[in-house]
Write a protein that binds this ligand. Structure first.
Ligand code: AMP
Length: 422
């Protein structure tokens, strides 16, 4: 990584402004999973050990306007009452995050009532030597995500006025060119935190200099969500293993019947093109040979294992089958670099999670024999944590969208904005 990090800059006595990704799932004000918070602790503790003047932290927490609109529509559809203020209070306000952070750091953390504006400024101005302050959810301000550069700039300038130095440790939001992730970096010396550095190192290994054989495992619902990764990895990997809902569009492209399985009708031609590209590039593209089918989309559905060319017309494929698991695990075992993004089946339902779990185990096994194993964030990260194997792979990314875009070969705006090493 050619970006400066907190190690490359003197923080003593400085006012430090740091973007973290504390976008944790909250239910009625209770944090459901604090992985992202824990992942930022090494940087926060390092900064505090340098005895800065003070530390101001900022993060988004969900998307208040968008989420509330969706929740309201759902409540209306279900004929239930909807209290927007209460919804936002329980899902988008930083109070529980600040309380939890204070426990994790074993020190008090203050909360500002806003991210910008006079109340935020006076909270920052009131900070004493060595104190830590968290700003309220940055996405309460429209300018944070505004498409207008001038709006973002004006918010970013306010944020920048709180600090002498900007640290970005929010890898999970680095693919968004927002005021607090990208624009602010133009107004202060800007460096990466350790989480950002670690993410870029591992994901960088996977796209720049991967040890061979290099295997990519892709799953998830749709081809459309993974197409750019597929195409970018095509020239780099030795094998691509495809599972999840997207496998069925590939079968359809080969003229097979897929019953009620997920199909992206408008991606059939694209699937044909990818199959042709793989064969032209000598990339081993492996599709499942068997699948678990269910008679309805329900964990209690009747299920059976069938060969992929024998899917009954009124059943749907919901997981990869045992023979596929064996073949995929074998490929992963032979690899020296493995990247995995996307579940092999509808893993949220326990009866359809076998394939996804098996990949998690194969990744852990490959790690033991020396492979670099990388789990792209999002669902695959939840799956590997669910299997209790998240500490047994080389790296589990904290950023779903960000890691995908990085693997697609895109420049992440939040990273590009940081200062280059000399
Ligand atoms: P993505 O966000 O594209 O990675 O997709 C993740 C989603 O794909 C998960 O919610 C899975 O339940 C879903 N998924 C995986 N396999 C299937 C399948 N065979 N049929 C329908 N959905 C699937």
């Amino acid at each position: 990584m050619n970006k400066k990090t907190v190690r490359d800059i003197d923080l003593r006595g400085k006012r430090v402004l740091m973007r973290v990704d504390f976008n944790v799932p909250l239910k009625n004000g209770v944090i459901q999973d604090d992985i992202r918070m824990r992942a930022a602790l090494p940087t926060i503790n390092y900064v505090l050990d340098q005895e800065p003047k003070y530390l101001v932290l900022m993060s988004h927490l969900g998307d208040p306007k968008k989420d509330a609109k969706k929740a309201k529509e759902k409540a209306e559809k279900d004929g239930k009452p909807f209290d927007e203020a209460k919804y936002i209070e329980g899902k988008h306000k930083m109070k529980p995050v600040v309380e939890h952070l204070s426990e994790l750091l074993h020190r008090p953390v203050k909360l500002a009532p806003a991210a910008i504006g006079p109340d935020a400024k006076s909270a920052v101005d009131g900070l004493k030597e060595g104190e830590v302050l968290m700003l309220e959810n940055t996405r309460f301000h429209k300018a944070e995500t505004s498409k207008e550069a001038a709006d973002r700039e004006s918010m970013a300038k306010e944020l920048a006025s709180y600090g002498d130095v900007y640290v970005n440790d929010a890898f999970g939001t680095a693919h968004r060119p927002h005021a607090s992730t990208e624009t602010v970096a133009r107004f202060l010396p800007a460096v990466a935190g350790f989480l950002m550095e670690k993410e870029l190192d591992y994901l960088g290994k996977a796209i720049e200099n991967p040890a061979k054989p290099y295997v990519a495992v892709l799953g998830g619902a749709k081809i459309s969500g993974k197409i750019d990764v597929l195409q970018n990895l095509m020239g780099k990997v030795d094998a691509i293993l495809i599972g999840g809902g997207m496998m069925f569009t590939f079968y359809k492209a080969q003229g097979m019947e897929i019953g009620k399985s997920l199909l992206e009708e408008d991606k059939i031609e694209l699937a044909k093109k990818i199959l042709a590209e793989a064969s032209a590039n000598n990339v081993k593209l492996l599709l499942p040979v068997d699948t678990l089918v269910a008679d309805k989309f329900d964990n209690a559905a009747a299920t059976k294992i069938v060969a992929v060319n024998a899917i009954p017309s009124d059943w749907a494929g919901v997981d990869i089958g045992p023979e596929t698991i064996r073949i995929f695990a074998e490929e992963i075992k032979k690899a020296k670099t493995v990247v995995w993004n996307g579940p092999m089946g509808v893993f949220e339902m326990s009866n359809f999670a076998k394939g996804t779990n098996a990949i998690a185990h194969a990744m852990a096994d490959a790690t033991k024999t020396g492979a670099v194993t990388i789990v792209g964030g999002g669902d695959s990260a939840s799956a590997i944590a669910q299997a209790g194997l998240d500490k047994q792979v080389s790296h589990v990314s904290t950023g779903g969208g960000a890691s995908l875009e990085f693997l697609e070969g895109k420049v992440l705006p939040g990273v590009a904005a940081l200062n280059d090493k000399a």
